[in-house]
Structure formats: C-alpha cells, structure tokens
Design a protein around this ligand. Structure first.
Ligand SMILES: O=P(O)(O)OC[C@H]1O[C@H](O[C@H]2O[C@H](CO)[C@@H](O)[C@H](O)[C@H]2O)[C@H](O)[C@@H](O)[C@@H]1O
Length: 395
C-alpha cells in the first residue's frame, strides 16, 4: 500500500487487503472501532469493491444500533439550591464518570496553574460545543454572548474552529475574522502563512482570505471534490422520498441527517449510504450526532488538522505550548487522541452523558463551554494586568 502522508499527499492510493474483522466485514464499514477508547486510528484504509448490499447488511453490521445510540437526549437534572441532585441511576453513572473525566470548570485552577508558563492555543468544534444541538442544522446559530467570548479568547490565544461543516458555512455561522477555520473535519484549512509548511505540503497553496489577507489554504482531499459532489447529488435524489432526511454537501464530505426521520425509516437511510460506499470504495463512513457522514479514505482528520495548525502557527516544536481542544462528537476523538499521544495539552469532551473518550476533562454543554472560555479570558486578562502593574512599579 502506498500511503503518502504528512510531507506529501495523505491520500491512500492503493486499496488495502480485506480486513477480516470480528464481524467478518471490513473495519471501514463498522460504526465503531473494535477495541478500546480510540474511535479512529487516524489512518484509514480503502474498502474493497462489493456488489450493492442488501438491506440485511446494514442490520447485521450494526449500523442501526450505532444510529440509535448517537446523540443521546439531554438529561433532566433536579436543581436543589445550588447543587445538582442525582435524579436517577444515570446521574450516578455521570458523576462517577466525572471522576475519570473531571469537569474543566471544577479543575480550572489546576489547568491554569499548569498553563501559567505556557502558551495556550485553543481549538473549538462548532456544533454541540459553541452552539447547542438543534433539530435543523441550518438553525444552529451561535449566541451573541458565545460569539463575544470567542472573540475575546482569540484576542489572547491563537484560536481555531475545526468543524465537520464546510469551512464557508462555519465561517458564516461564527462570523469572526480573528480566528482560523478548518472545515470538512479538517480537510479544508485556512491558516496563517508559513512557508516551511507550504513548501512541505503539495496540497497547501497561498490564498487570500475574506479580508484580503494572505493565508495558507490546505485541502488534502482536493481531488475528491467532484466525487463528493456526485455522491451528494445521488444521495439527495435517493433520499428525497424519505420525510425528514437532509443531505449536506461540505465540499470534502457529505452528511446525511436522520434526526428528523421516523425511526422506522432509518434502515432506508442506512441502506442509501451503504450503497454509496459500495459504489465508491475511496469513500468511508463516520458517525456523528444523528448523522451519517461520507468522506474520503485519506489519512486526515481533526487530529491531523490540530497538528497542521500547530505547525503553521510555529507552535509544534515548542514544549511550552498547551493546546486545548473542546469538542462533543466522535470525530473530535481524533483530536483528543493526538493531544494524548503528544502528551501535550488537554482534550475537553462536551457531554451530559458518560462516554468513553480520549479527552482529559469534561464540560456538560455549550453553556459550560461559555463559562470555561470566559474564565480563561478573565484569568489571562488579570495575569496581564498584574504583570503590567508590577512592571510599572519596578520602573
Ligand atoms: O464538527 P461539528 O462542527 O460538530 O459538526 C458536526 C456536524 O454538525 C451538524 O450536525 C449536528 O448539529 C445539527 C445542529 O445542531 C443537528 O441538527 C445534527 O443532528 C447534528 O448531527 C452539521 O449539520 C453536520 O453536517 C456536521 O457534520
């Protein structure tokens, strides 16, 4: 297998041999990884060409189970004075889970103590992190309060949004010029100009952003644009009779939403996606929150995007850098994993239910994300004020 990665194209050019997994099907078609807490290895292999599948395939391969388990509903918590009282066993499970993944708010002092002498870089997912999950993806707006906090975060720390949405769409939703944006799960990055990076990456070109500023544009799956477009159009056509189904074209990946589809029709959605994957062996499936996502089989994900941005920012070879990545989805696990493997920084999982994760800390929901980011800004501002007061005193 010719796997070109990192310094050249991350595209896997040669189909890998069939992986005889536990269920007798290729791992790319499995909704979950087959071991441990790691949801994605980051290295993805091609799938063999097969005849279009039967309905049984999506049932026996666990697709429907995975679809059912994605995006659990928010739990109700009883508020008693300022304490959240466990309402049932699920709450108890959540509180014991928090022993392993402590709240980033409760651990704030510990985080900032460690960060004192470090340069923090912030990476944020969009849906479910900066904006609450809503039924219509087009209505997933960000509150003005959140926008203002993210703007302030970017004043003090290099900040990037890494989203599954297209880069243009997430920029339109966030609307802040002071950030870096990576769309399509990191397959479309607009980052700072860094000649060492662009010289090393054939898919990295010089471009101009919305403000006319020179930037680096990195699109490792560029060659897949026509394929994704074709797949998008086929999926729109094949799902048009399924009430509530919604297909999005993110340029380098396509999403099929089933949140608003009657559960009895989920197998039809799964079958449509399954058929596409059998017709396009260079594409693979990932699961998001009530969404099936089809993306190129390339060695690239949100974790690689974090590494790329750190390098572009000139922060990758420094050991005084503290990257913080906040995200809620399975695709964010790739980024949490990278931070764990680098033994650098913290992944923070946004979840109100216990989940196996590679993150270090947790936050319940976007409200807590806002509180955490605000605290970070306050802490940094205070530190700078103290420093400048001390400097004035010593003159
Ligand atoms: O990486 P992200 O920024 O978290 O994007 C992941 C997906 O987010 C969107 O879908 C999710 O949020 C919607 C709005 O709350 C919700 O309706 C949907 O059920 C969720 O899956 C977006 O529409 C997807 O294309 C992104 O891949």
């Amino acid at each position: 297998m010719d796997m070109k990665s990192n310094k050249s194209s991350p595209v896997l050019t040669d189909p890998a041999p069939i992986n005889k997994s536990r269920l007798g099907i290729h791992s790319n078609l499995l909704p979950y990884p087959q071991s441990g807490a790691s949801f994605s290895s980051g290295k993805h292999i091609n799938i063999p060409r097969k005849k279009p599948g039967k309905l049984d395939d999506v049932r026996s391969n666990g697709w429907l189970d995975a679809m059912k388990s994605s995006s659990p509903p928010r739990k109700k918590l009883i508020k008693d004075f300022n304490f959240e009282v466990a309402a049932d066993e699920t709450d108890i499970a959540y509180f014991s889970w928090m022993l392993k993944y402590p709240s980033a708010l409760n651990s704030f002092e510990q985080i900032t103590n460690f960060a004192k002498t470090k340069k923090i870089a912030i990476f944020l997912d969009y849906d479910g992190t900066l904006s609450p999950i809503v039924v219509d993806p087009d209505q997933a707006t960000m509150s003005d309060e959140m926008r203002s906090v993210v703007r302030n975060v970017a004043k003090y720390f290099p900040t990037a949004i890494i989203s599954g949405r297209s880069r243009d769409k997430v920029y339109e939703l966030v609307g802040l010029t002071e950030l870096y944006y990576a769309g399509s799960h990191g397959m479309d990055i607009m980052g700072p100009i860094n000649r060492a990076v662009s010289n090393n990456q054939p898919n990295c070109i010089k471009s101009i952003d919305q403000q006319g500023k020179e930037v680096n544009l990195f699109q490792p799956a560029r060659e897949f644009i026509p394929m994704i477009d074709e797949v998008f159009r086929t999926l729109v056509e094949n799902t048009k009779e399924i009430k509530g189904a919604k297909v999005e074209n993110h340029k380098f990946c396509a999403s099929v939403h089933y949140r608003n589809v009657d559960e009895k029709n989920w197998h039809t959605i799964a079958q449509c996606v399954h058929d596409i994957l059998t017709q396009y062996p260079r594409l693979r499936l990932t699961h998001g929150r009530k969404v099936l996502e089809i993306r190129p089989v390339i060695d690239w994900n949100k974790g690689r995007a974090v590494e790329f941005l750190l390098e572009s920012l000139g922060l990758s070879k420094r050991d005084d850098v503290l990257p913080i990545y906040i995200g809620d989805d399975r695709t964010d696990e790739d980024a949490f994993k990278v931070l764990r493997e680098r033994n650098q920084g913290y992944g923070i999982l946004v979840s109100c239910v216990p989940k196996e994760t590679n993150a270090f800390y947790s936050l319940r929901d976007p409200i807590e994300v806002l509180q955490f980011l605000s605290s970070l800004v306050r802490w940094k501002k205070l530190g700078e004020e103290r420093r400048s007061m001390n400097n004035r005193r010593s003159i």
